[in-house]
Design a binder for this molecule. Structure first.
Ligand code: NAP
Ligand code: GDD
Length: 370
């Protein structure tokens, strides 16, 4: 049985009220509070919804941009508190934590697109690697009794040392992103051991949804299947059709993040479905859902192939199942079909979002290694 604590009422955390009144140790604040970095991303938006449903006071970190990109949390805007901060800026992280006084911190912000990590390797290391140290340092300074979740990745396994991969499988990252995530993982483990922080690392395998960025392969495929069906585009350019991943549903995966922070002791967990599918499988299901013939529309674009690929990424989530009681609930086929339906609905409705997406896919920047 999972040993969930009462919502966010972590022993000894003694959160302060917004007015600055300290609650006595062991006595919980009226509502548990959580801060999410990367709240505007796919996972951040699902996690925010999940925590709001659980009664949390939800805070999110957003970075300044000349155009607001809050589409995924638009429906939550009046229910979450947003703080301006950036993983590159320690001061802003400290201020966000001081204002939010979280019981739980979910560090989801990162440069998360693997292909771009070859184009911007140094920036990726700054955001995705060193950014974790900045968050942990800010936490030590402001709320060392809070609980910390680090969004680690199966990409760290890269050139895999065993199949399937579990918490003890050695890392062999194959992209600047994977290398940065390995740093983020180990600094989380190190701060847990050095400073006795409640810091956990979730080694999550790929997880997708209708809110996935259009540059990731599943969403690219489901969006194009819907757009071709509606006559908006005709071709779907893809790279390596034989690449395989262990793909799950993001909505299922954010629950595992929360479950990790309800444990008395921090730890590391692999979260995965245990089944792999190829990019080709994904196209077949998506095109079947849209009633399309693959041969008429899919074309291989060599520039979309990567300088180095990861092999046989399949996760063994038995520890998460055993200790957290976590199970994936959505099959790969259900996931891809629901994503095609959601994209069809979105594009059929037209509107600004769909038009903006269309122009974005047309102007997709090509990597310079091609
Ligand atoms: P995502 O949709 O790309 O979202 C990334 C988020 O990070 C966005 O909110 C982005 O903000 C924010 N961000 C990026 N750089 C930042 C910075 N310097 N300061 C503050 N915020 C910054 O990613 P996701 O799919 O939700 O993934 C969430 C996390 O899980 C990431 O760390 C990712 O690497 C990791 N992960 C994902 C998967 C997966 O399959 N989805 C698997 C394993 C691990 P903007 O909106 O301003 O860009
Ligand atoms: N993006 C993309 N576009 N990928 C393609 C394409 C294409 O046109 N054609 C084939 N692929 C292949 C890639 O080469 C890769 O092997 C696979 O599809 C999946 O690519 P992505 O969807 O971009 O995801 P990813 O596995 O590289 O990274 C995602 O999962 C990681 C977990 O392992 C991201 O969410 C990372 O942030 C996450 O850590």
């Amino acid at each position: 049985m999972p040993d969930y604590a009462i919502l966010g009422a972590h022993e000894g955390s003694a959160p302060e009220s917004p007015a600055g009144t300290l609650y006595p140790p062991g006595l919980m604040s009226p509502r548990p509070s959580a801060l999410i970095t990367g709240i505007t991303g796919q996972d951040g938006s699902y996690l925010a919804e999940f925590l709001l449903e659980k009664g949390y006071d939800v805070h999110g970190v957003v970075r300044r941009s000349s155009t607001e990109k809050f589409d995924r949390i638009e429906h939550l805007r009046d229910r979450v508190t947003l703080h301006q901060a950036d993983l590159l800026d320690h001061r802003s992280l400290v201020d966000a934590l001081r204002a939010a006084r979280p019981d739980e911190i979910y560090n989801l912000a990162a440069m998360s697109f693997v292909a771009v990590s070859w184009i911007q390797p140094t920036l990726t290391a700054e955001f995705t690697g060193l950014g974790v140290t900045r968050m942990l340092e800010a936490m030590r300074e402001v709320c060392r009794d809070a609980r910390f979740y680090q969004a680690s990745s199966s990409e760290m396994f890269g050139k895999v040392r065993e199949v399937p991969q579990n918490e003890h499988t050695p890392f062999y990252p194959r992209s600047p992103y994977g290398v940065a995530k390995a740093y983020g993982h180990f600094i989380t483990v190190n701060y847990r051991e050095s400073y006795d922080l409640h810091a956990s690392s979730g080694i999550l395998f790929n997880h997708e949804s209708p809110r996935r960025g259009l540059e990731f392969v599943t969403r690219k495929i489901t969006w194009h299947a819907a757009a071709i069906k509606l006559g908006l585009v005709d071709k779907l350019p893809l790279g390596n059709l034989d690449a395989e991943r262990d793909w799950g549903y993001a909505k299922d995966y954010v629950e595992a993040m929360w479950m990790m922070l309800q444990r008395d002791s921090p730890d590391d967990y692999v979260v995965a479905t245990g089944t792999a599918h190829s990019v080709r499988d994904c196209v077949e299901i998506a095109f079947d859902q849209a009633g399309l013939e693959i041969a008429h529309h899919v074309e291989i674009d060599e520039s979309l192939k990567r300088p180095a690929e990861v092999d046989h990424l399949i996760g063994d989530a038995s520890k998460a199942r055993r200790e957290l009681g976590w199970e994936p609930r959505t099959s790969f086929e259900e996931l891809i079909r629901l994503m095609v339906d959601a994209d069809h609905e979105l594009l059929r409705g037209g509107g600004q979002a769909a038009t903006a997406q269309l122009s974005r896919t047309r102007s997709e920047a090509k990597p310079d290694w091609a």
